[in-house]
Design a protein around this ligand. Structure first.
Ligand SMILES: Nc1ncnc2c1ncn2[C@@H]1O[C@H](COP(=O)(O)OP(=O)(O)OP(=O)(O)O)[C@@H](O)[C@H]1O
Ligand SMILES: [Mg+2]
Length: 477
């Protein structure tokens, strides 16, 4: 476990016992103790007095002693937590709100534990947290595996949702980058700020009516037979619920209602009415929040993120150095080569998991041996994932991405225009759309912007072009 994991783990333990999150000083004590720091060092770093920090720590050790049912103090805290984590992994049903980096997904409605009457007092910034007992419906949410880092993304999202009271947040990014798991982790952190939390996947492309009914049934407890028949009435009933309760709605896999072979963000014809839902939630007054996870932003979200301070988009990048935890978890060797491997696959956790599995299988976990071949491995799994992304592209986007793929270095707009027969306006549209899909990388070079592709996308773009060429040839014959 690293410091952030231990922090989440301790936070969950305390939350399960008291219904309250760790406050800033308690977090400093946990983090500092894990990093083997002294109380005066922790006090200095958290702008507090040693006496206060000792006091906070002493109460925290008492609390953890109760939870872990053994005497916890500064010197045995690390080993106690590790022992307890191991026992929880092997006995995951025992304490369902406290599985590492996890939530209780099994029940349709689940409540955090009640705050005990005599719970220890908390100090610091979390003292004002609204201690809610949210009703949860997470039946559509996947179970989590290990979760690393994303500290700054989580802080940004929490800032938008809790401090700025944003109404719509879009978490955007290429498949496998970690949108779903980031949203799950966020949920764990902020669920007690809401009265209702509901997670729905649009993976099966439900109609707007179906989605509205399922949201309203949960939020208002009305049976299906009592729900209005028209979409307009359902929309106003939903908005009524979002005004009268603080609700968090997460819609995952939103790209499934958006169309393929067009510039990013257009709806499939039968799903156009979702735009009314997104507009209403983004633009009208209420106290709730909608989080959308998608490969690309629906049109309204682009406009709202630009014009409305209560709507934000987070374009999710790779995990960076934290992805090495995935390699460690997989037991890969040659740690000095991990950085290069992570950079090649742009820190995309799913891509890295796929490549790590191949290195285990083919090279007995030796990363250096794998990298010797100086060729980019995609494998069938990664190719299938990238194919799904490419299948969504418009003709224009494919032309542009293929052009960038043939260049070794990053290229400017004028260089692309010299190579493809399209107008500047068409190129601007295509580049903007590819950017929104997270498929191109933009670099600043002096006074101009240059565009490039990640190695995996570049490789797949070449495969895709060869496939299209061979289809064209077979059409001719
Ligand atoms: N922060 C993280 N730490 C460790 N593993 C992660 C992290 N984020 C994601 N993963 C892993 O990467 C994989 C892909 O994550 P996830 O399903 O969240 O991606 P996604 O962006 O939602 O993909 P899609 O768009 O295809 O739904 C999962 O196996 C997940 O466990
Ligand atoms: Mg997902």
């Amino acid at each position: 476990m690293d410091a952030e994991e231990i922090l989440r783990f301790a936070d969950n333990l305390v939350f399960a016992k008291t219904g309250k999150r760790l406050n800033d000083h308690q977090r400093a004590v946990v983090r500092g103790t894990w990093q083997r720091k002294t109380y005066p060092q922790i006090a200095k770093e958290s702008y507090s007095s040693s006496r206060h920090i000792r006091n906070v720590a002493s109460k925290l050790w008492q609390l953890l002693s109760q939870v872990l049912e053994e005497n916890v103090n500064k010197s045995n805290f690390c080993s106690a937590m590790e022992r307890y984590e191991i026992s929880q992994v092997s006995n995951s049903g025992h304490f369902n709100l406290v599985q590492k980096g996890n939530i209780n997904f099994c029940t349709e409605t689940s409540h955090p534990p009640k705050t005990p009457q005599n719970s220890p007092s908390t100090q610091g910034s979390n003292e004002d947290d609204t201690q809610q007992k949210p009703r949860l419906d997470l039946r559509d949410a996947p179970d989590t595996a290990s979760f690393y880092d994303r500290t700054s993304e989580l802080a940004t999202l929490e800032q938008w949702i809790i401090q700025e009271r944003c109404r719509t947040i879009a978490i955007l990014g290429i498949s496998g980058i970690g949108k779903t798991h980031l949203a799950l982790q966020l949920l764990l952190q902020i669920q007690n700020q809401f009265e209702y939390v509901i997670w729905r996947s649009l993976g099966t492309s439900p109609t707007l009516q179906t989605t509205l009914k399922s949201l309203i049934k949960f939020l208002s407890n009305l049976p299906e037979t009592e729900l209005p028949a028209s979409t307009d009435e359902l929309l106003s009933l939903l908005m009524e619920n979002l005004r009268s309760h603080r609700c968090l709605i997460i819609l995952d896999d939103v790209q499934t209602i958006l169309s393929s072979e067009q510039i990013a963000g257009n709806y499939r014809p039968e799903y156009k009415n979702y735009s009314t839902l997104f507009k209403l939630i983004g633009e009208t007054y209420h106290n709730s929040c909608l989080i959308l996870n998608s490969w690309e932003p629906p049109r309204e979200i682009v406009a709202s993120s630009r014009e409305n301070s209560r709507c934000h988009s987070l374009q999710l990048g790779g995990l960076g150095a934290a992805a090495s935890e995935i390699l460690r978890e997989k037991g890969l060797l040659d740690e000095d080569k991990w950085e290069s491997l992570i950079d090649t696959y742009r820190g995309n956790p799913l891509w890295i998991k796929i490549v790590a599995a191949a290195i285990q299988e083919l090279f007995s976990s030796r990363v250096a041996e794998f990298l010797k071949y100086d060729t980019l491995f995609l494998g069938e799994e990664l190719k299938a994932i990238l194919q799904q992304q490419f299948d969504r592209l418009s003709k224009l986007e494919k032309q542009v991405i293929c052009c960038i793929a043939t260049e070794i270095d990053a290229v400017s707009i004028s260089q692309i225009l010299e190579k493809v027969q399209i107008s500047p306006l068409e190129l601007f549209d295509a580049l903007q759309s590819l950017g929104r899909r997270g498929l191109i990388e933009k670099l600043e070079a002096g006074d101009r912007a240059l565009f490039s592709l990640s190695p995996a996308v570049r490789q797949y773009a070449k495969i895709d072009r060869e496939q299209s060429n061979s289809i064209d040839r077979s059409d001719v014959h």
